[in-house]
Design a protein around this ligand. Structure first.
Ligand SMILES: NC(=O)c1ccc[n+]([C@@H]2O[C@H](COP(=O)([O-])OP(=O)(O)OC[C@H]3O[C@@H](n4cnc5c(N)ncnc54)[C@H](O)[C@@H]3O)[C@@H](O)[C@H]2O)c1
Length: 325
């Protein structure tokens, strides 16, 4: 298939593009390189530097790429930053997606897989969270993404768009070639590994008195390659609209388990600082992904703690300065 991948110079997008190229697809990456890296775009894919906030540029890029389907990863992704700079989030995520959908309609592209997030649920009232549960995002990041899901539904009803909105929880791991190079980095596993590499003094554990078995918060992690598999499966099934689906494993790992996992896999001791809870962090956030398992035939096969940490550690050791060095 000929495919357009927005945000293909970012963490998850770069792994997706590597996988699609390996599968023999013809891939065009659209990214403004705001938080992505030119060096993260897989060999074999074409690259267009364009900003989704530029409507005319986006229309031209989609027209030139003439894809059969779009995988839409491009976004501003930091919850904290969305609280202090909400305009950036409603801009890049909501307005940017609006421009992309306009460009797709104009170029007669009717299929899209969208990167949504657990943040659309806000503070879930029950766990594991299911797709139909209440969606009350508690930050502009989650709000901006929920609006895109609503736009996709409206476009599907009015114009026949066929979409899958895949709600990721926590994503981790790397391939041999592509890994996580965020600045700032906020995700637990890369932050822990950067600490081992001497880039940070300590790994902070926020909250040790949660109502969880070991007192630390629990999150649902999926290996980035398992996530890529779900996208491939969704693409193959977009002869109809698939709607929104959670991607998770339901079990989750606590922050303490991550600390132990990092020490076990790397054989090094991680300096840890135990701090108070952070406002807005739920004790546990895990997904029911039976819908993705049945609709997409998806099974996360690599999402063990050791495989996610091990592959990320291998990547960080090979790229201590990220894509720059
Ligand atoms: N990483 C996670 O754990 C996680 C969890 C839930 C959802 N998601 C979603 O997955 C997607 C990918 O996340 P990631 O971790 O790879 O993020 P990332 O920041 O590594 O990649 C995002 C990419 O989008 C590009 N981009 C941003 N704004 C743009 C614009 N206006 N025009 C063109 N390109 C633009 C950036 O330059 C970057 O390359 C995002 O949509 C994110 O919200 C990620």
């Amino acid at each position: 298939m000929r495919l357009l991948v927005t945000g293909g110079a970012g963490y998850i997008g770069s792994v997706m593009v590597e996988r699609l190229v390996d599968l023999g697809h013809d891939v065009v990456v659209l990214d403004n390189l705001w938080r992505g890296h030119r060096g993260a775009v897989a060999t074999g894919a074409s690259f267009v530097e364009a900003d989704l906030l530029d409507s005319a540029g986006t229309r031209q890029a989609v027209k030139d790429a003439a894809p059969e389907a779009v995988l839409h990863f491009a976004a501003a992704t930091l919850v904290g930053e969305s609280m202090t700079d909400p305009a950036r989030y409603f801009g890049a995520n909501t307005v940017g997606s609006h421009h992309l959908l306009l460009a797709m309609r104009e170029a007669n592209v009717a299929k899209i897989v969208f990167s949504s997030t657990a943040a659309v649920y806000g503070m879930p009232s029950r766990l594991p969270v299911e797709e139909g549960d209440e969606k009350r995002p508690i930050n502009p990041y989650g709000q901006s993404k929920l609006m895109v899901e609503q736009m996709l539904e409206a476009h599907a009803a009015a114009y026949g768009l066929r979409f899958a909105a895949l709600r990721y929880f926590n994503v981790a791991g790397a391939t041999r070639v592509h890994g996580e190079d965020h600045d700032p980095e906020t995700h637990a596993i890369p932050v822990a590994l950067q600490t081992l590499l001497g880039k940070r003094e300590r790994f902070s554990v926020f909250g040790t008195d949660y109502p969880t078995p070991d007192g630390t918060a629990i999150r649902d992690y999926v290996h980035v390659l398992d996530l890529a598999d779900a996208h491939v499966a969704a693409l193959e099934r977009l002869d109809r609209s698939l709607g929104a689906m959670n991607l998770g494993t339901k079990d989750g790992f606590s922050v303490r388990q991550i600390v132990e996992g990092v020490e076990r896999v790397t054989g090094r001791s991680l300096p840890v600082a135990y701090e108070g809870r952070r406002a807005g962090d739920p004790p546990s956030l895990v997904a029911d992904s039976s819908l993705a398992r049945s609709v997409l035939g998806w099974t996360p096969a690599r999402s063990t703690l050791d495989e996610m940490i091990g592959s990320a550690w291998e990547w960080f050791q090979k790229h201590p300065g990220g894509y720059a060095g």
